[in-house]
Design a protein around this ligand. Structure first.
Ligand code: SF4
Ligand code: SF4
Length: 421
């Protein structure tokens, strides 16, 4: 037996905790999770049934934690996982799951399938069964600080453009500021208008804020690939920078899994509480609006709908804030079918958009979003995640749909009344 397969089994074994064990023994094989997963719904392929994507872990659990499994072993009927099993399943584990959690919402016995899928990824990652694109994204984050290779110099160049266009000064390393903002590299490279919007809104509302030169990247490639150590390192950088600057709040940007990483998983990853609070940018904007620190001048009358980023809305609970804001700036806002916590993933979450091998499958399952947008009858979509935004734009282009995608923070900034106090 090779060292690699031995390690893979050991890593998988170590992920089977009491929760996983009780989940496996509770499954009643009803198949409801299949109808909740866009990979299954759009392809009709039974391999994409969420609980089936956990088959390697279930196989090991069955052989070591159940009477029938142990009995089979005694009879010499081996159910051992082979190297081929891991190689075959790598694609299912990474290419056909966004860790979006929609399947967990419908399971009648309360199995958190997404939680188990994350744990299974930990084992696959530790034993080296991972897609190259995701591996490289994590490596780049650990070495350069960003999955896209964005350095402090790149950020400073973007900030210089924003400052020149807006006439505002963007604070860096301001000791004792109230808020520290994180950005995703996609915002720095693809959507600098998000940064410009944040600067304008904060200036109008009189928010005391800063960026840290030591940690500005929110994207956490460790969470996506299933690397606890990688995720911990990335979270630690932001936490250390925020505590060094003495801020009261850390702002998670328009990036889905960044919010999961820093808000919900971070304290467990680093093993302690933070000395500040984490707030999502949409929660902060909603709060500023409710406090009367930002007001609006008119509304867009363009009919538009909202794509809910899974990690911010379903997994993160930020459901009302985007809607409160949208109602203030868009008179033609309509909900899609299956909106809010049951919205469908764009197909790029969980690292799938960084996994080149998964591109054809990702575009196929985008068919679900396509139908949803068509049913809504509008051709403008608002979202609040830079990764969703790129994936939506690619999907819409692939299906030749004339639909525009805009960021919610930018829409808020567009209708901002100057001089509100
Ligand atoms: S987490 Fe989302 S993508 Fe993954 S299996 Fe469940 S529904 Fe499908
Ligand atoms: S919905 Fe829950 S109980 Fe039904 S097959 Fe899926 S995991 Fe098992």
């Amino acid at each position: 037996m090779s060292d690699r397969i031995e390690q893979a089994r050991a890593e998988l074994r170590s992920q089977i905790d009491a929760k996983v064990s009780s989940y496996f023994s509770s499954c009643i094989h009803c198949g409801l999770c299949a109808e909740a997963c866009h990979f299954h719904v759009e392809t009709g392929d039974p391999r994409y049934t969420p609980i089936y994507k956990l088959e390697p872990m279930r196989k090991l659990w069955r052989s070591e934690h159940t009477l029938s499994g142990r009995f089979s072993k005694l009879l010499g009927r081996s159910t051992e996982l082979s190297e081929q099993d891991f190689a075959d399943w790598e694609e299912l584990v990474y290419d056909s799951c966004n860790l979006c959690g929609r399947c967990s919402m419908v399971c009648p016995v309360g199995i958190d399938i997404a939680y188990m899928l994350r744990k299974q990824r930990e084992a696959f990652n530790l034993s080296g069964y991972t897609p190259e694109g995701m591996r490289n994204a994590l490596q780049r984050t650990l070495t350069t600080g960003s999955p896209m290779g964005v350095t402090l110099k790149t950020l400073q160049a973007t900030l210089a453009h924003v400052e020149k266009a807006s006439g505002l000064t963007i604070p860096i390393d301001r000791q004792g500021a109230d808020f520290m903002a994180l950005f995703s590299s996609m915002e720095v490279v693809n959507f600098p208008e998000y940064i410009a919007s944040v600067a304008r809104i904060f200036d109008t509302a009189g928010v005391s804020w800063t960026i840290s030169s030591e940690a500005f990247e929110a994207t956490n490639a460790g969470i996506q690939i299933g690397s606890r150590e990688g995720a911990k390192e990335i979270v630690s950088r932001a936490v250390n920078a925020a505590e060094k600057l003495g801020v009261n709040y850390l702002i998670s940007p328009e990036c889905g899994h960044a919010y999961t990483a820093i808000r919900w998983e971070g304290p467990n990853l680093i093993g302690r509480r933070y000395r500040f609070e984490v707030i999502h940018i949409l929660e902060l904007l909603d709060q500023l609006m409710r406090e009367g620190r930002i007001r609006f001048n008119g509304k867009s009358d363009t009919p538009m709908t909202l794509h809910d980023p899974c990690q911010i809305v379903r997994r993160g609970g930020v459901i009302k804030a985007p809607r409160n804001l949208l109602h203030q700036v868009a008179s033609g806002f309509v909900e899609t079918t299956d909106h809010g916590s049951m919205n469908w993933c764009c197909g790029g979450g969980g690292g799938v958009s960084a996994n080149e091998r998964a591109e054809a499958l990702r575009l196929k399952v985008f068919g679900r979003k396509k139908k949803q947008f068509e049913e809504s009858g509008v051709d403008t979509v608002v979202t609040a995640c830079a990764n969703c935004r790129i994936v939506l734009e690619e999907g819409l282009e692939h299906y030749e749909m004339d639909t525009e995608v805009i960021g919610l923070t930018e829409l808020v900034a567009e209708y901002l009344e100057q001089g509100a106090d």
